[in-house]
Design a protein around this ligand. Sequence first.
Ligand code: NAD
Length: 318
Amino acid sequence: MSEYTSLGFIGLGAMGKPMAEQLATKLPSTTKITVYDVIEGAITELAEKYPGKVVAGSSPRDVTENSQLIFSMVPEGAHVRSVYLDEKTGVCSTDLGVRILVDCSTIDTATSLAVKDHVKIYHPKASFYDAPVSGGVIGAENGSIAFFLGCAETDPNLDRLTKLLDLMGKQVIPCGQPSLGLSAKLCNNYLSGLIAIANSEALIMGMKAGLNPRVLSSVFGAGTAQNTICDKFNPCPGVAPTAPSTNGYKGGFKVQLMKKDFSLAVDLAKQQGIDLVLGAQGLKTYENASNDPKCRDLDSRVVFRHLGGDEDWATKFN
Ligand code: NAD
């Protein structure tokens, strides 16, 4: 069990709220969790649901002053800067001592390293980690997400961090050094985003040629094209029973988030001097799908719909 008696959680959205709830339900009542979000309702909802255990914070600074270790889960780099570096209300505006700061947001590596450097210079005894996650909202609700930690396997805080992260997820992978958790996450989403486009195109092509998408997906599953997007998140509705597509593309990973992560991945490649063969096409596809009123706010595998996939196929095969 965790050695901490006071934790902080900043950012209580689609991911942060269920993650904070995992901590609230699994940690003993002697551990207090101080929470903060710019949306006040998100704070009061949790504080009222877990009275005495979850405490309402008034700013990232207030959360920090009441916590030994702080998690953050906000949308983009600009939000992370504001949470940590705001001169009056930020996490770093107070004396950090030996506190541990863990940012789980998916953001650009430059912002994460800038916060890490700031902590190192002004609060040398404190530690800052990038720890982006994979597994989506359902994974956060089930406590089955994976954490990609920006640290070495020999990091002195790894054991105590893993004990806490295990309460919210099922896997913790130390990726080597600061910001490499983020690099790993961006590489993962680049690959996963491209696989979703490739599945959609191959399905659309086969269906136009007369193939039942269920049969075609079984072929992919039996052959060298086998992949998790096809098996569990099939972009064509009605093929995989639990896929967001089968539920009207609801409840998955929003197409705008995929566009954000894909764009960050393409930037990462540019910084490394890599000319991606599929990067520009993939990015354009997710930008267009994000702006498509038929796709916006839906699961990113809605790219099948955006590319003209036939969602009424079942009537033709019955
Ligand atoms: P979200 O928009 O649902 O939640 C973000 C929360 O942060 C909101 O409640 C917002 O009010 C709060 N916030 C914004 N600025 C703040 C600030 N300055 N101080 C305090 N709170 C602030 O987003 P989400 O889906 O929870 O995603 C959060 C991060 O996790 C993103 O970087 C996203 O890419 C990543 N992620 C999301 C998923 C997913 O399936 N949703 C999966 C893996 C990773």
